[in-house]
Design a protein around this ligand. Structure first.
Ligand code: MN3
Length: 199
C-alpha cells in the first residue's frame, strides 16, 4: 500500500528538547496523516493507486498537482522521521558518507554551512536536501512537496522547512532549527543506508 501512515520510529519525547512532543504530535499525527488521506483519495481517482509511492511521485509531477503535492509530502515525511534520532547529528559520519562529503562537498563544515544555507534560502515552504546526482553528492532545495526524485536525483537526507516543522519550538528562528537538526538530530546511519542504495 502506497498510502499508510506508519508510527514514528521513536517515542514522542525522544527528540526533545530539539523537537518537542507537541511538534511531533501535530506534524506526524495531523499534517502527515492529511497527506496520506488526501494522497490515497487522489491516487484512487487517478487510477494510480496500484503504483509504488516513488512511481506515483514521479508520474504525477507536473500533471496532477493535488496528487503530486500529497504523494510527494508523504514520501518526504516517511523518510524525514527516519532521518532523525535521539542523540543524532554531529560530526561522526559513517565512513562511506564521510568520504563522499569530503570528495564531493568540500568536507563536513562546508556541507553543514551549505545545507543550512539551502534551508534558509528556500523562500516559503519546502525542503533542503542532500542528494545523489550523477553518482555524486549534491546539496539541493525544493519548494513545497517537491523532492530530488523529480529533478533527476535521489534524496538521502532532507529537512522540512515548512513552518509546521519548527514554529512551535523555534517560532520564526528557522536558522536555529536547522542548526539543531544538523547538530543534534540527523540519523547518519539511515543516511548511509540510502546513500548505499543510491550510488
Ligand atoms: Mn512537514
Amino acid at each position: 500500500m502506497a498510502f499508510e501512515l506508519p508510527a514514528l520510529p521513536y517515542d514522542y519525547e525522544a527528540l526533545a528538547p530539539f523537537m518537542s512532543r507537541e511538534t511531533l504530535e501535530f506534524h506526524h499525527d495531523k499534517h502527515h496523516k492529511a497527506y496520506v488521506d488526501n494522497g490515497a483519495k487522489f491516487a484512487a481517482e487517478a487510477g494510480m493507486d496500484g503504483l509504488s509511492l516513488e512511481d506515483i511521485v514521479k508520474q504525477s509531477f507536473g500533471k496532477h498537482a493535488g496528487l503530486f503535492n500529497n504523494a510527494g509530502q508523504h514520501y518526504n515525511h516517511l523518510h524525514f522521521w527516519n532521518w532523525m534520532k535521539k542523540g543524532g547529528g554531529g560530526t561522526k559520519l559513517p565512513g562511506a558518507i564521510q568520504k563522499a562529503v569530503d570528495a564531493d562537498l568540500g568536507g563536513y563544515d562546508k556541507f553543514r554551512a551549505d545545507f543550512i544555507q539551502a534551508g534558509m534560502t528556500q523562500f516559503g515552504s519546502g525542503w533542503a536536501w542532500l542528494a545523489v546526482k550523477d553518482g555524486k553528492l549534491a546539496v539541493m532545495k525544493t519548494p513545497n512537496g517537491e523532492n530530488p526524485l523529480v529533478h533527476g536525483a535521489k534524496p538521502i537526507l532532507g529537512v522540512d522547512v515548512w513552518e509546521h516543522s519548527y514554529y512551535i519550538d523555534y517560532r520564526n528562528l528557522r536558522q536555529k532549527y536547522l542548526e539543531a537538526f544538523v547538530d543534534n538530530l540527523v540519523n547518519w546511519d539511515y543516511v548511509a543506508e540510502m546513500h548505499a542504495a543510491a550510488v
